[in-house]
Write a protein that binds this ligand. Structure first.
Ligand code: SAH
Length: 363
């Protein structure tokens, strides 16, 4: 039995079944606090770990947004859930091309995992910038515009799940079966209305933690100015579907099999995040697919430049570009979506269409 399985079992024996959201929170806290989950030796790989081009293009995109915001002389680069710190490191190396932007920003990392904070410190040493870590949004500086990036961050936050039974939505929970193993069940109905009507057997997800965090951040951006870029495996509008999955050693595993030892993720419903931001008056841009966004930012040209500088690496640079931009289930180009939220005066951003109706383009 894993250490988290023991805690979960005790909690269920004391108070009865726990929500899927609580199960995810207990598992994810332990999982991220106790390891570096990224890379070939870990459980999964992310876009910045596939190629330096990803972080470089995002760094230059942010520099362009900084210009559009009037090139403020002081502001803050913020990364939510920075993993190994690779994206920010690549972004700041590329930003040497725009020295005034690089000079204007210090670096803030919102990261709960002590293991990953150490890793980020190592990766970011060559950036020669002041680094400050925060447990949560509340700790971020209260003055100066925020330039925020979140790649595969929202998919790592717990969600509530509801399944439709006999015409009602009932929250999904985790309890103990007859053999003392963990199993899924449903709490009694509370007559809750959700974004979609009940449809027998279907599940719907509510990203409460992500929405609360987004609302807090949007409030800051509305007050201090700035922009946020969110990239994640996800979809535009609320839809039926159970997207909760566990990943271990780069393969899918049963969600209840090894609590706290596998990565748990869900697909992100971007409209929930957009609604939280719009409620604070921010402008919404997107969605674009990762492929559309990286193509418009010039990933083709960047790859060609890298290949020219290092012809021996041509095959791996080309393969990384394809992995980031290709469709289908192998590539990240169509499954991953890009959305930006900005101060309301920024009506047009590079690489993304403004979303004037408030309903995200599904691209
Ligand atoms: N953005 C990185 C890593 C994604 S993995 C990349 O693209 O490579 C998710 C990251 O979010 C990890 O760094 C994890 O420790 C962090 N994280 C998970 N839950 C968090 C929370 N509630 N608050 C802050 N960071 C969190």
């Amino acid at each position: 039995m894993t250490p988290v399985a023991r805690i979960i079992r005790e909690e269920i024996l004391l108070g009865g079944p726990i929500s899927v959201e609580r199960y995810m929170a207990l598992c994810l806290n332990h999982y991220y606090a106790s390891r570096d989950p990224l890379g070939m030796a870990g459980d999964f790989i992310t876009a910045p770990e596939i190629s330096q081009m990803f972080g470089e293009l995002i760094g230059l995109w942010m520099a362009e947004c900084w210009h559009l915001l009037g090139a403020p002389s002081k502001g803050h680069w913020v990364e939510l859930g920075p993993g190994r710190g690779t994206l920010t490191s690549d972004a700041f190396r590329a930003a040497r091309l725009v020295p005034a932007f690089r000079e204007a920003l210090d670096i803030h990392l919102v990261e709960t995992s002590p293991a990953l904070r150490l890793r980020q410190k190592e990766t970011l040493a060559p950036a020669e910038k002041t680094l400050t870590w925060h447990e949560a949004i509340a700790g971020l500086p209260e003055e100066g515009p925020l330039f925020v990036v979140a790649n595969e961050f929202f998919d790592a936050l717990p969600v509530q799940q509801f399944t439709s039974r006999d015409g009602e939505w009932r929250q999904r929970c985790v309890g103990l079966d007859d053999n003392d193993g963990l199993s899924f069940g449903l709490f009694p109905s509370t007559g809750l209305n959700l974004e979609l009507p009940p449809c027998e057997g279907k599940t719907i997800e509510r990203p409460v933690a992500a929405t609360v965090l987004m609302a807090e951040l949007a409030q800051r951006i509305a007050r201090q100015g700035g922009i946020m870029l969110a990239i994640d495996y996800g979809y535009a509008a609320p839809a039926y579907g159970d997207s909760l999955q566990a990943l271990r050693n780069h393969a899918y595993a049963p969600v209840l099999e090894a609590p706290g030892e596998a990565d748990l993720t869900t697909h992100v419903c971007f409209q929930h995040l957009a609604d939280a931001a719009q409620a604070q008056g921010l402008a919404v841009h997107g969605l674009a697919t990762q492929r559309q966004f990286l193509d418009l930012l010039g990933i083709g040209i960047r790859a060609a430049t890298l290949i020219k500088a290092c012809p021996a690496e041509a095959d791996s640079i080309e393969a990384a570009k394809l992995r980031l931009t290709e469709g289908g289930i192998e590539g990240m180009g169509e499954l991953f979506k890009v959305m930006a939220l900005s101060s309301p005066n920024l009506v047009s951003l590079p690489g993304l269409l403004a979303c004037e109706t408030g309903r995200l383009h599904s691209s």
